[in-house]
Write a protein that binds this ligand. Structure first.
Ligand code: ZN
Length: 410
């Protein structure tokens, strides 16, 4: 294979990926005006329904414009040898491979952040604001940005430096050391994410005394889950949208409920959400996901190690001197067809897990409160109740509201 052929293969993958994605978005949009299924007839009142229609159409239009814009920009960057230019600049600053790579990715990240920040600003302060979701201030928005950058620079930068150092020391075998490190790092993060990273952005507090706590306590006792592990997070400082999740394992496990969820739902409904989250814990979903993700990381790193030395990857991007960072960019694109498939598989498994957690809540607490809480949450986030099947298959990590209600009623 010549480097020119490889270049066109990279472009072809980018184009096909873009077209498939746009085609799915389009299919989904053709279902926007479909009639709402009978089972979900009580989710929206007329006025809210029209509002939800406007919301999804506006989001569709906005994301279409963005994706076309970013696709064209990416393609142009490849055709005008953008990576070679950035690489050349980084090499003019330093001769050390790690420093070169850090400068290279620093510039690429900064550039793409400068382009995407106005878009996320528009999304938050124009679209979300218009539909009453946004609670963030401009100050908070930029503080979040800066914290995100610092975290990315510190964590991302040191991990990249370490991986390149492994590569310098051990050559092709770098993948084994990187894999061991990544596995240890993700287990560490799984354990300490809630106590190290989340507090940088949010406050988590134990449940307050009262009727709700008593009800949650009764349920938690019944199924043998420690109530100390339930926290309330101040999601309301950014958005009115509600959520709940399970994270960590062993002594570090916790269930996090958004304060917005507690505000929007009745106490029985909140217990049903807790029951669903306890279901994820009892069925060991978090541990399963972590093991799978560690195995997939190993697989990806191994495949990458087969190509890393090849001059072809860097030549395809018009860079004469092969390097880890240029190889990583080319490999990243070439690997997309495989990562699309593994992503699809993970979504499929995740949807199965959601049914399992729903069933757990149904058996141990009851289907009725969970159905009404799912409906309320959909209503309050103006969810699309009529997604296209193909779109759900590719993108949804949760079954649709209709599928969940059907399953809970069966
Ligand atoms: Zn779930």
């Amino acid at each position: 294979m010549t480097s020119q052929l490889l270049f066109y293969l990279i472009i072809a993958i980018l184009v096909v990926n873009f077209l498939v994605d746009k085609w799915l978005d389009y299919l989904n949009s053709t279902h926007f005006d479909h009639e709402i299924p009978e089972l979900l007839g009580d989710v929206y009142e007329d006025k809210e329904y029209y509002k939800s229609q406007d919301y999804k159409k506006e989001n569709f239009k906005f994301s279409s414009i963005i994706s076309v814009f970013s696709f064209l920009l990416t393609i142009a960057f490849f055709f005008y040898e953008g990576f070679a230019l950035v690489d050349e600049y980084a090499r003019s600053v330093s001769e050390h491979p790690i420093v070169i790579a850090l400068i290279f990715f620093g510039i690429i990240m900064l550039g793409s952040d400068i382009l995407t920040t106005p878009l996320s600003y528009y999304k938050t302060f124009v679209i979300e604001e218009k539909y009453g979701f946004n609670k963030s201030t401009r100050l908070l928005f930029f503080i979040d940005k800066i914290k995100g950058w610092l975290l990315m620079t510190l964590l991302g930068g040191s991990i990249l430096a370490l991986v390149i150092w492994f590569y310098q020391q051990t050559g092709k075998n770098f993948w084994i050391y990187t894999w061991i490190f990544m596995a240890a790092f993700s287990i560490f993060m799984m354990l300490f994410y809630s106590s190290l990273i989340v507090p940088l952005f949010n406050k988590q507090t134990p449940l307050q005394e009262g009727e709700l706590k008593n009800k949650l306590e009764d349920f938690a006792k019944k199924v043998g889950f420690n109530l100390d592990k339930i926290f309330v997070i101040d999601g309301s400082k950014r958005s009115t949208k509600a959520n709940a999740y399970f994270t960590g394992f062993g002594k570090k496990k916790r269930i996090v409920l958004y304060d917005t969820l507690i505000k929007d739902l009745e106490s029985d409904e909140i217990v049903s959400v807790l029951a669903h989250e306890v279901g994820h814990y009892k069925k060991k979903h978090v541990v399963f996901n972590m093991i799978v993700s560690i195995l997939m990381t190993g697989f990806t790193l191994f495949i990458f190690s087969l190509f890393i030395d090849s001059k072809l990857l860097s030549n395809a991007l018009s860079v004469s001197e092969p390097s880890f960072h240029i190889g990583l960019i080319a490999f990243g694109v070439l690997y997309t067809p495989i990562s699309e498939i593994t992503g699809l598989l993970m979504n499929f498994i995740s949807r199965k897990f959601e049914y399992q957690a729903d069933n757990y809540a149904k058996t141990n607490f009851g289907a009725i409160p969970l159905i009404s809480s799912l409906k309320k949450l959909s209503k309050n986030s103006l969810s699309n109740l009529t997604p296209h099947k193909a779109y759900v298959f590719m993108h949804y990590s949760h079954p649709t509201l209709l599928q969940r209600v059907q399953n809970l009623k069966s």
